[in-house]
Design a protein around this ligand. Structure first.
Ligand SMILES: *Cc1c(COP(=O)(O)O)cnc(C)c1O
Length: 435
């Protein structure tokens, strides 16, 4: 798999280099030169395949012969070891539940695959790396759980003190082993600044093999294409053969970009819906052709509070050759917090299904699409997190108590272990040098 930088100022790299560098030096994004198509036999057989079988076949075609078949199977099997079921909510409307992994958010797909493939390469080269991640909530949980006890990898997670939910904090601070949580007296932006400064610091760089696990890493994108194929397989098993529309609740647009990869690989579908909260620069772009990044606004679907989505260039490259093509494949819609809450309540009253705010934004995107678009289709909206991760908003909106899965309630009983630091780089550096 040969990858180039979208800014064209950095050299081409193979997959291993793209994964460990994360970002090309010219600040572009790594993109594969070509995206091969899945074979007709694959699609003929797909309804008899499990999610890990689909994941293996898709990654084999995408990655090519850089990794042997046996090794790739091992990498995939230890990462994609949970289901992504499709649940019918109403006639022709399905929710794709992506929250059955360890941290109960869809980011588990990316984080677990990244940990698995990194540890494969590290074992071969006998190297060790130290991963630094800043988190505002969900990313840190998925990365902490995904890399937990992975040989050759130490993880330091920085989170803003008092600014993540109880469950999210416990997901970061109760693991131990190779995972350390730094509780920063500051904001998420401060955490990000500290991580960036560390990557630029000569002394730290010479002492540690630093790596990042953020969402622009190509190894987080690849596994997110698997579940689109798997959703299709489930629809086929149900005998559904209408054109498929996927509604994707979006922030940095990694999830939607992965869906476009699946489309480029031949997955038959009609449209995507780019569903956002009021941070709607992409829906605005799809309507006007103008891309104008802004500062992000806070919402109840806070994992999507992004004003300048990092995967936007990838989304455009994967969506088509021209703006006309892109905007004919992707339909944009945005919801404010009131509309999000109304949707959560409406679906709960009608069907008893409890959804997190991000999922509700996706459902509304599908509704908006159907108001505009004629023609029969089956709608699949992606549920990116379990509702219990956003318990306060959910219980307040639905005006009732909702059950919490034992995996999350057990976590609340555990003792938090974190190291408090100030928001100055001196403190952070001193901590790292003491390791
Ligand atoms: C990260 C996240 C999103 C946004 O996904 P992107 O790939 O950044 O567009 C949506 N919902 C939840 C719950 C998330 O954690």
């Amino acid at each position: 798999m040969l990858l180039y930088s979208t800014k064209h100022q950095s050299p081409d790299v193979n997959l291993e280099e793209a994964i460990f560098r994360g970002l090309p030096a010219d600040n572009g994004l790594y993109m594969p030169y070509s995206i091969p198509k899945m074979s007709p036999e694959f699609f003929k057989n797909i309804e008899n395949m499990t999610i890990s079988e689909i994941a293996y076949e898709v990654s084999k075609v995408l990655i090519g012969d850089e990794i042997s078949d046996d090794d790739l199977k091992m990498i995939v099997d230890r990462a994609i070891n949970f289901e992504a079921p499709l649940v019918e909510i109403e006639k022709d409307t399905y929710v794709l539940e992506l929250f059955h992994g360890t941290s109960m958010a869809f980011k588990d797909f990316g984080a677990r695959f990244m940990a698995s493939i990194m540890s494969y390469y590290l074992q071969k080269s006998q190297k060790e790396i130290h991963i630094l991640v800043a988190t505002s909530g969900d990313t840190g949980g998925a990365v902490a759980q995904g890399f937990y006890k992975t040989t050759g990898i130490k993880v330091t997670i920085l989170y803003p003190s008092g600014k993540v939910s109880d469950i999210q904090e416990k997901q970061l601070t109760t693991l131990g082993e190779n995972v350390t949580a730094l509780e920063v007296e500051g904001t998420f932006d401060d955490c990000q600044r500290l991580v960036k400064s560390a990557f630029l610091d000569e002394e730290l760089r010479s002492k540690f093999n630093l790596a990042s696990a953020n969402s622009i890493n190509i190894s987080r994108l690849i596994p997110q294409s698997f579940y689109y194929f798997n959703a299709y397989a489930q629809l086929r098993r149900l005998g559904v053969d209408k054109p498929i529309v996927f509604s994707v609740p979006s922030g940095n647009f990694g999830n939607l970009s992965a869906g476009l990869i699946a489309m480029q690989m031949g997955l038959p579908l009609k449209s995507f819906i780019a569903a956002t909260n009021v941070n709607n620069v992409v829906p605005k772009y799809l309507a006007s052709g103008q891309y104008e990044p802004v500062r992000s606004l806070e919402t109840i679907s806070n994992a999507m509070d992004v004003g300048n989505p990092s995967n936007f260039p990838r989304m455009c490259l994967l969506g088509g050759e021209t703006f006309e093509e892109i905007s004919s494949v992707i339909f944009g819609d945005s919801s404010n917090d009131d509309e999000t809450r109304e949707t959560m309540k409406k679906i709960f009253d009608k069907t008893n299904y409890v959804m997190c705010p991000h999922t509700a934004v996706a459902y509304r995107g599908l509704e908006a699409y159907r108001e505009q678009e004629v023609g029969d289709s089956v709608g699949v909206f992606l549920s990116t997190a379990h509702y219990a991760k956003f318990l306060d908003v959910v219980e307040e909106t639905l005006d009732t108590k909702v059950p919490i899965p034992t995996r999350l309630s057990d976590l609340l009983e555990k003792e938090k272990v974190s190291i408090k630091i100030s928001d100055t780089f001196e403190d952070f550096k001193e901590y790292l040098l003491s390791l």
